[in-house]
Design a protein around this ligand. Structure first.
Ligand code: COA
Length: 327
């Protein structure tokens, strides 16, 4: 009988554009204050991509870092998955642009997946299923976003929240290890109107105003639903993994708002010293938050080899999800 295939995490990487937009910069653009933004969101600054630096470029740079950390050659990759809601174009996919930018000689499949801020966790679930079914052996999974290009810079309710960045993970088939212990995903489309980016989608192509093509959000309503759904996802994934809260070294929630993160920790009954936070310097970068936070936790030694972590996310759709992983 064939030995069961597990999914091993070989490496992670991340990349942020160089340009920093601080709360002080925003004070010059809209009626706001550093104090309001910090106390309501926890954000102090965010990164902003250049006009000629598309999402696939951030994805490329994060992928190169992940390949280095995994210590594998490009040619070992046999599938590219990119989670994004801010693609270079409607098509070709950002994954195809990344394929080209990497200079991959192999015509391996490449496609995007759209699950907003839960995108990377949806991606982990897909990568695990592809690997453990035996279909693909080594997957490059990326979460990459340029939300600042779809931000309404006249709307102080939303423009203080978002940033740009990308993170990548290499996952591979293993007969010895299984680093993705469990994944739980959920969605409820009835909430779609509370947080959206109509952009140039087919439902909205008649919209004349450019500002109608930007991210729109009813922040307070999103907040109320995000907290219970993230806590639920965390509990479900933990149950599926047959682990307990005490077994998790670090909880890595979606970095949308510091108050959401604290409320989820309180609901789960965990202290904040077990929760990874880097929102102060990134803002909300949607599908890239959990992977860039995980990468930073690994690189700063907060997560060591063999430690368990739980990624937890919530986003537009609404979508939510959590994954228990071993580094
Ligand atoms: N600077 C100063 N004042 C601001 C402001 C800003 N950037 N943005 C909003 N305000 C004002 C509002 O106009 C309002 O003023 P009013 O009372 O005179 O009408 C006041 O602050 C309170 O607004 P409100 O929307 O009730 O604030 P809030 O405490 O709910 O915080 C968010 C707003 C957006 C920070 C908060 O709702 C939030 O974080 N929601 C979740 C958003 C999120 O993370 N979404 C992504 C999930 S994936």
């Amino acid at each position: 009988m064939n030995k069961k295939i597990g999914t091993k995490i070989l490496g992670t990487g991340s990349y942020f554009p160089e340009k920093i937009l601080t709360n002080a910069d925003l004070e010059k653009m809209i009626e706001t204050s550093d104090e309001w933004i910090r106390t309501r969101t926890g954000i102090k600054e965010r990164r902003v991509s250049e006009k000629d630096e598309p999402t696939s470029e951030l994805a490329y740079r994060a992928s190169i870092e992940a390949l280095k950390s995994a210590n594998i050659s490009l040619e070992q990759i046999d599938l590219i998955l990119v989670a994004t809601i801010t693609p270079d174009m409607l098509f070709p996919s950002t994954a195809c642009f990344l394929h080209e930018r990497l200079g991959l000689a192999n015509p391996v499949p490449a496609f995007d997946l759209s699950a907003a801020c839960s995108g990377f966790i949806y991606g982990i679930s897909m990568a695990k299923a592809f690997i453990e079914s035996g279909l693909y052996k080594t997957i490059l999974l990326v979460g990459a976003e340029e939300l600042t290009k779809f931000t309404d810079w006249t709307d102080r309710n939303t423009c203080v929240l978002f940033g740009d960045g990308a993170g990548a993970m290499i996952l591979s088939a293993s007969s010895e290890d299984n680093d993705i212990l469990s994944v739980f995903l959920g969605a409820d489309g009835s909430y779609s109107g509370l947080l959206d980016l109509a952009a140039c989608g087919t439902a909205c192509y008649k919209k004349a105003s450019i500002n109608e093509r930007k991210i729109k959000m009813q922040g307070r309503e999103v907040f109320k639903i995000a907290v219970p759904k993230m806590a639920l996802a965390a509990e479900k994934a933990l149950n599926f993994s047959e682990k307990e809260l005490k077994d998790i070294k670090l909880f890595i929630p979606h970095q949308a708002n510091m108050r959401i993160i604290e409320a989820v920790a309180k609901k789960l009954g965990i202290s904040m010293d077990r929760v990874f936070v880097n929102i102060h310097k990134t803002g909300n970068i949607s599908s890239a938050t959990t992977i860039t936070a995980l990468d930073e936790a690994v690189k700063t030694g907060k997560l060591q080899k063999g430690d368990l972590a739980e990624l937890i996310a919530f986003g537009g759709g609404f979508t939510w999800g959590a994954a228990v992983i071993k580094m």
